[in-house]
Design a protein around this ligand. Sequence first.
Ligand code: NCD
Length: 309
Amino acid sequence: MAGLKGKDILHGNQFTKKDIEAIMKVAAEFEKELKGKGALNLLKGKILATLFFEPSTRTRLSFEAAMQRLGGGVIGLGSLEGSSVAKGESLTDTARTVAQYADVIVLRHPRQGSAKEAADAVPIPVINAGDGAGQHPTQALLDIFTMRKELGTLKNLKVCLAGDLKYGRTVHALAEVLSLFGARLFFVSPAMLRMPEEITASLRGRGMEVTETEDLFQAASQCDLIYMTRIQKERFSDLGEYEKVKGSYVIDQEFLSRLKKEITIMHPLPRVDEIHPEVDGYAGAAYFRQMRNGIFIRMALLAMIFGKR
Ligand code: NCD
């Protein structure tokens, strides 16, 4: 996409390998620069607006922290009930309003395609922080940054994406990003929650080797890394269907000792029951380090969007 200045960030497929390498390089620089300094002054006077129509802990707070660490300011709606959203205002009208007060919008919304809709309606950059079961591109960037840190390289990766591949926006975006690095992918899910056909077909069309299976142990035995995800309960229209698949996969001590090898475990969080807390002390358990990387990647994205890197 040749530079991020002034650009929206909407989809995992919008980046080239060069873009991602540049973003990771800036993120690594910020990580170093922040040590010793509390904050930098790059974005003084700029304002980021968070528009979150779905729950969030890591994404919203790490964007806010990233902006503040860069010297910029942050505004947000607080509760939706306290804003005109409660009066029935449309997303595009809300976005147009916010665009009068801020220089960049970070949006999370339950409807797939909503980030693109908002981006088309406003003159300032929009960052997709999750559009329903669609995409979550900034998560994919922090995920690949974490993979490189944890494994030392992105060459010849063998990765299991496991859990809810149907509704999980993190894995949709991550699969796109991983495809640029030629990873060997294993998609592990219950039959009901398979990766959308158009994503799998598009990856295969680009020459990627993708294996689909329901057997986590068998796939994990062939991989360097398991990227585990939560079954997205809120996306099921029939909770009876959710009951059938909840608890499908659990990584615990017993699973790891059966595996008989070191493996890296990532998760975008929040987890429900798919990674037992007894695994948290395991050397390969990278999910807490992963969430920390979110701040460096989001600092890099913001600095680059404003042309400061
Ligand atoms: C994810 C999300 O919101 O898509 N969380 C995150 O941003 N780290 C994953 C999830 O909710 O399961």
